[in-house]
Design a protein around this ligand. Structure first.
Ligand code: PMP
Ligand code: GLU
Length: 397
C-alpha cells in the first residue's frame, strides 16, 4: 500500500542534489569521480564570520529567535540593501529564512493559487519549477537563446503574460547560465511588469557578489515595480556559507507578513548562531569577499579555454556566478557502443561513466540541449576534469 501523498509523489528530486549525491556515493565506493555538479563555493567561511558565531554561542543566542529573524539582523540587512542596491526596505519588510531556498518557497506558497501561471525563463534554477508545482501553480517556461546570453527580452516577457500570470521568477547573476541582467535590461522588463499589476516577481540575487562585470543591478530599484518585486538574497554563495542556512527577502510589507506566518508554521527562524554570523558578514565591506570572485574568474577562463577546444561544445561568456552552461546539441546523434547521445541527460550519464566527471543535465533547468558545469573547484581539479571530458568526447562516433 502506498501511503505517500500525491503532493510528494508529484515532486521531482532536485537534480543538482541528486547528481552530487550520486558522485559522493561513487567516491565512497572508491571510484575516482570529479564532481562539478553542486553549486557550492569550495572556500571555507571567513574567520571573522566564524568568530561572530562563536561569540553568539557564548552570549547564549541559543533560544528560539523571532520567526523573521532578530531585529538587529533585519536592520543590518536593511542597511545592506540601501548600501549595495539602493533599495529601501525597512526591517519589517525583511524575513530571514533557512536559506534562500526557503525564502523562495515561502513566497511561492504565499502567492500562488492552483491554476495560477508562473513564468520561468529557461534556463531556470532547478527548484523554481517544482516549488511552483508544489503550490499547484502552472510553470510557463520561456525559452531563451545562447546568442542572447540566455536572457529574455521585454517583448518575450510580454508575449507570455496572460490573465492568469501571478509570478515571474528569475535569477541574476543566473544559475545555471551565469548571465547578468544589466540595469537597462531590467528597466525594459520593468516597463512590462508595471503594466501588469496583477503579477509579482521574485528577483533571486543570491549570486550578487560573484559578478565579473561591475555593479550589480536590482530589479526593485526600478520604482515603478518596487511594490511588485520580492528581492531574494542569501549568504550561501557570496560568503561561502552554504551549510549555515541563511537567506532573506525584502518584500512589500503585506507579503513579508505572510511569509512570517508561513515560516512560523513550517520551520520557525533560522538558527540564532547563524544570525549572529550573518550580521558580521553583512556589515563587512562587500569587497572583503573579492578574493573569491578573482579566483572564480580565473577558473571560468580556464574551463572556457578547454571547452572551446572540444568539438560539439558551444559556449557563451558567463559574466557572473560560477557556472558554464554549454550547448552540446552538436553531439546529438553521436554514438558510443550502443548508446546514442540525444540530450544533456544522455551526455551527463556518458561523462559520468566514461570520464568520471559529474555534471548536471540541462533538463534540470528546462534546457535539454545544454549541461551545467560548476567551476567552484580548484584549478588542478578543473584541469583534470577538462582533460577527462575531452578524452571521453573523442570516443563518441
Ligand atoms: N537560488 C539560486 C539561484 C541558487 O543557486 C541557490 C543555491 N542553492 C539558492 C537559491 C538557494 O540557496 P540557499 O538555500 O543555500 O540560500
Ligand atoms: N543551488 C546549488 C546548485 O544549484 C545547490 C544545490 C541546491 O540547493 O539545489 O547546485
Amino acid at each position: 500500500m502506498n501511503l505517500l501523498s500525491d503532493r510528494i509523489q508529484n515532486l521531482s528530486e532536485s537534480q543538482t542534489i541528486a547528481m552530487s549525491k550520486k558522485s559522493r556515493e561513487m567516491q565512497e565506493s572508491g571510484i575516482d569521480v570529479i564532481s562539478l555538479s553542486l553549486g557550492e563555493p569550495d572556500f571555507n567561511t571567513p574567520d571573522f564570520i566564524k568568530d561572530a558565531a562563536k561569540k553568539g554561542i557564548d552570549e547564549n543566542f541559543t533560544y528560539y529567535p523571532p520567526i523573521a529573524g532578530y531585529k538587529d539582523l533585519r536592520e543590518a540587512i536593511s542597511r545592506k540593501f540601501k548600501r549595495d542596491n539602493n533599495l529601501d526596505y525597512s526591517a519589517e519588510q525583511i524575513v530571514v529564512s533557512t536559506g534562500a531556498k526557503q525564502s523562495i518557497a515561502n513566497v511561492v506558497l504565499c502567492t500562488v493559487n492552483p491554476g495560477d501561471e508562473v513564468l520561468l525563463p529557461a534556463p531556470y534554477w532547478v527548484s523554481y519549477f517544482d516549488l511552483v508545482k508544489l503550490a499547484g501553480g502552472t510553470p510557463i517556461v520561456i525559452p531563451t537563446q545562447i546568442d542572447n546570453d540566455f536572457k529574455i527580452t521585454a517583448e518575450e516577457l510580454e508575449q507570455h503574460i496572460t490573465a492568469k500570470t501571478k509570478l515571474l521568477i528569475f535569477s541574476s547573476p543566473c544559475n545555471p547560465s551565469g548571465s547578468l541582467y544589466g540595469s537597462n535590461e531590467l528597466a525594459s522588463l520593468s516597463r512590462v511588469i508595471a503594466k501588469n499589476k496583477g503579477m509579482l516577481v521574485i528577483s533571486d540575487e543570491i549570486y550578487e557578489l560573484i559578478n565579473f562585470e561591475g555593479k550589480h543591478a536590482s530589479l526593485a530599484a526600478n520604482q515603478e515595480v518596487y511594490d511588485q518585486v520580492v528581492t531574494v538574497n542569501g549568504l550561501s554563495k557570496g560568503f561561502a556559507m552554504t551549510g549555515w542556512r541563511c537567506g532573506y527577502i525584502g518584500a512589500p510589507l503585506w507579503l513579508a507578513k505572510a511569509c512570517d506566518k508561513m515560516q512560523g508554521q513550517i520551520t520557525s527562524a533560522t538558527s540564532g548562531i547563524t544570525q549572529r554570523a550573518a550580521i558580521a558578514a553583512l556589515e563587512a565591506a562587500p569587497s572583503e569577499m573579492n578574493y573569491m570572485k578573482t579566483a572564480f574568474l580565473k577558473r571560468r577562463d580556464l574551463v572556457l579555454k578547454h571547452l572551446n577546444e572540444i568539438e560539439g561544445f558551444v559556449t557563451n561568456l558567463p559574466k557572473g556566478a560560477f557556472y558554464i552552461f554549454p550547448n552540446i546539441s552538436g553531439l546529438f546523434g553521436k554514438k558510443y557502443g550502443d548508446q546514442t547521445i540525444s540530450s544533456g541527460q544522455d551526455l551527463c550519464v556518458f561523462l559520468l561513466q566514461e570520464a568520471r566527471v559529474a555534471l548536471v543535465p540541462g533538463e534540470a533547468f528546462g534546457s535539454p540541449q545544454c549541461l551545467r558545469i560548476s567551476y567552484a573547484a580548484s584549478e588542478e581539479v578543473l584541469e583534470e576534469a577538462m582533460k577527462r571530458i575531452k578524452n571521453a568526447v573523442q570516443k563518441l562516433k
